[in-house]
Ligand binder design. Structure first.
Ligand code: BTN
Length: 320
């Protein structure tokens, strides 16, 4: 109900909407409406209320609730339900708890994570209201072997959403988004499956949106950066989130529906920062040098080791 009232307030931004009108429309009492207005105010909405005129929305807070993101969404099911937390340990942990009972496309999002996790057991800094820290619950009916491609769909969707905002970023295969060689976004995909059936996939995405240099201390400052630092401007988190979810669904539907990975591949190739570069392929303690020839139709990295050996790499840690 609260979200419905908010949408109505947003549709009537230019004028007042009376309590009576809201009450007739939704069949709730005037006093219930008054309570919803107070809850919205507590959440940071500035609402003017004048006796006999009604309510008017003056400003909205910078929060990633469904009520705030909805106006940017063009999706059918991705992000159509959002679990929103002010603070949480990790959105991936929460998404795993919810995965069995929730529908595909449900999002877990938090303004801050106290135990944000990155790949290979690393920690992921997630300061309050400065980034987009989220996990999407997915239930694709595909071969579990193909799940790595969902991460690439995520990376392509981020690159496209940033392009929509006029920001040029690159993909460091398979799932990092970089600007000037430093990471602005990472993806941590986890899954629960049986031999040939997926129970669920959790795609955790961390976008360093408006972090400042003070947020990157020590070692992290050499590898991490933010969109704000790189572009020199504060980025609208709600809009970016909406754009990303739209782009993700656009690429995800053809992939799960008809195994069509074409558009994702195109973006991953065009935006690749590795193709043509000499790289180090890291597997545990072992490291090998090679040149990246390209990305094959399965999304694997084609590496030429220079000794006659050419290999397709499915996943792993690659360093420039
Ligand atoms: C990486 O190491 O590059 C992956 C980083 C993934 C971070 C995101 S933030 C939201 C979600 N929750 C987590 O704990 N991790 C992912």
């Amino acid at each position: 109900m609260k979200d419905k009232i908010l949408i109505l307030l947003k549709e009537n931004r230019d004028g007042f909407i009376s309590g009576e009108k809201i009450s007739d429309k939704f069949g709730v009492s005037r006093s219930a409406i008054w309570k919803y207005m107070n809850t919205l105010k507590e959440e940071g909405y500035e609402i003017e209320s004048i006796p006999r005129k009604g309510y008017r929305l003056i400003s909205s807070p910078d929060t990633l609730t469904y009520g705030e993101v909805e106006e940017y969404l063009e999706t059918k099911f991705i992000g159509r339900k959002i679990y929103y937390f002010d603070t949480i340990d990790s959105t991936n942990i929460k998404a795993k708890e919810l995965a069995y009972k929730e529908d595909e496309g449900t999002l877990v999002i938090a303004e801050e994570q106290t135990l944000g996790r990155g790949r290979l057991g690393r920690t992921w800094i997630s300061p309050k209201k400065k980034g987009i820290w989220m996990s999407i619950i997915l239930k694709p009916s595909i071969d579990p072997m193909k799940v790595a491609k969902i991460t690439q769909i995520g990376a392509a969707a981020i690159a496209l959403a940033l392009e929509d905002l006029g920001i040029e970023a690159f993909i460091k295969w398979p799932n990092d988004i970089v600007m000037n060689g430093k990471k602005v976004c990472g993806i941590l995909t986890e899954m629960s499956c049986e031999l040939n059936m997926i129970n669920y996939v959790i795609m955790g995405v961390g976008i360093n949106v408006n972090l400042g240099s003070e947020d990157f201390s020590g070692e992290v400052s050499n590898v991490g950066t933010s969109l704000k630092i790189q572009s020199g401007k504060v980025i609208d988190r709600k809009k970016l989130l909406g754009l990303f979810l739209n782009r993700f669904e656009e690429l995800y539907i053809p992939f799960v529906g008809k195994d069509d990975f074409f558009e994702t591949l195109k973006v991953c190739r065009e935006k690749s920062i590795l193709i043509g570069k000499e790289v180090r392929i890291i597997r545990g303690k072992d490291e090998e040098k090679g040149k990246v020839l390209g990305i094959n139709d399965d999304g694997e990295l084609i590496i030429d080791y220079g000794n006659g050996k050419i290999e397709n790499v499915l996943s792993g840690e690659v360093s420039v």
